[in-house]
Every structure is written in C-alpha cells, then in structure tokens.
Design a protein around this ligand. Structure first.
Ligand SMILES: Cc1cc2nc3c(=O)[nH]c(=O)nc-3n(C[C@H](O)[C@H](O)[C@H](O)COP(=O)(O)O)c2cc1C
Length: 210
C-alpha cells in the first residue's frame, strides 16, 4: 500500500514537472521600444540575411505581442484586428530547439514539437533556414466558425494583418524579417498534427541583422 502511494506521488510529481517544462512563461512585453511609427514605416523592407544570434525571451515576448498579443486584457482583445473579433489566427514559433505555440492570454510558449524544423518553413528558399526564429501564422476555421469563400478570404486578410504587425514591429525594433507564403505545408501540418480546419497561411522568419 505504502509503495503504491509513493509510486502515485512520484508519477504526479513527474507529470507536473514534464508539463511545466513544456510551457514557458515569457517576460511581459515592453511598454515602449524602438523607432516611432513614421520611422518604422520609412524603414520597413523585407530581408533575407540574418545573424545567427538567438532572440532573447524579452525579444520573443515583444515580437509575439506585436503579432497577436493581448493589449486590452479587460476586453480580451489583441494587437491585430480580426474579422468580427474571431481571433482565429494562431502563431507558432520555430527555433533551433523546437516548435511552440504562442498562448497570448498567458503570454507563454507551449512546446508542440522538439528539434529544429526550420527547414519546413524555409522549404525551397534555403536562406530562410538561417533565421534563428520563424513565426508560422495559422488560420483556425474552428475559431472562425465557418469555412465558406468569404470566411476563407477574411482569414487570409486577418493572417496578413498579423504578418504586417510583425513586419512593422521588426522595422521599428531593428529586426530583419520577410513575410512569406513559401513553406512545406503538408509536412508542417503533419508535424504539428493540424487538422483540415487549421491552415498555415504565412510565415515570417525573424532575426537580428547580420
Ligand atoms: C502575401 C505575401 C507572400 C510572400 N511570399 C514570399 C515568399 O514566399 N518568399 C519570399 O521570398 N518573399 C515573399 N514575400 C515578400 C515579397 O516578395 C516582398 O514583400 C516584395 O518583394 C516587396 O519587397 P519589400 O517587402 O521589401 O517591400 C511575400 C510577400 C507577401 C505580402
């Protein structure tokens, strides 16, 4: 009996340690940073050359806040507008270590795959593999609640807006990025176990300038 209780306690401890390891809380996003809005617009451009310096947790928090961060907690609203506020756009983070989903309400990263899968984002554009981080922008039809032509258009627009928030953040904060549709969608869907209702639409490799 005693052995059983000890075993159960150890299993519970192990399970909670494992689940803690898979979710990483990020530092709070900055309140102020970088160029002003006109300077960011004047300097926005798409790049293909990245330093291999990894982004810090603070950089990731700022970047992901720009993408879909919660900026009005009392209303649960986010930095990117979405059609009818469906908030159907999900963002995954590819690094050398693994793939995580950004959980915007908790401002945390939940690991969904281990290992370096940046090659799936790069696909036939090898330079994209050299970015230390790639953001994958996925539309989730289940959150949108419909999948007709109009809904598909709205989701593509919403994804584009998220990507543009990332583009402008990168311009303003001194990072290099490029919005891209090129990627190995079937392999990404398999890796992330995405259903037919979850569609990768765009990606943004991100890094410091070389
Ligand atoms: C929807 C969309 C998809 C794109 N897909 C790719 C892509 O797959 N590969 C790529 O190298 N650039 C891609 N781009 C980047 C464009 O080529 C780039 O924005 C364009 O050449 C203009 O350059 P600029 O962003 O520096 O103004 C894409 C841009 C957009 C808006």
């Amino acid at each position: 009996m005693k052995k059983q209780i000890v075993f159960m306690l150890l299993t519970t401890l192990l399970c909670s340690a494992l689940s803690m390891a898979q979710v990483q809380k990020l530092p709070a996003p900055a309140k102020s940073l970088g160029k002003n809005v006109m300077e960011a617009l004047w300097s926005r451009s798409s790049g293909t050359e990245f330093s291999d310096k990894m982004l810090s947790d603070q950089d990731l928090s700022n970047l992901l806040f720009a993408a879909i961060g919660v900026n009005r907690p009392s209303e649960g609203k986010i930095t990117s507008p979405t059609a009818r506020n469906f908030q159907e756009i999900r963002v995954f983070v590819f690094t050398t270590k693994g793939v995580s989903e950004y959980l915007n309400k908790e401002n945390s990263l939940k690991q969904v795959a281990k290992g370096d899968h940046r090659g799936l984002i790069a696909d036939r554009q090898d330079w994209a593999k050299t970015a230390p981080v790639s953001l994958l922008i996925v539309a989730d039809e289940k959150k949108f609640g419909s999948s007709d032509t109009h809904a598909k258009l709205a989701m593509a627009i919403d994804a584009g807006i998220v990507s543009e928030n990332v583009n402008l953040f990168c311009s303003g904060a001194g990072f290099v990025t490029r919005p891209r549709m090129t990627m190995d969608i079937p392999a990404i869907k398999k890796l992330l176990k995405l259903s037919d209702a979850e569609t990768p639409l765009l990606n943004n490799p991100v890094g410091y300038a070389k």
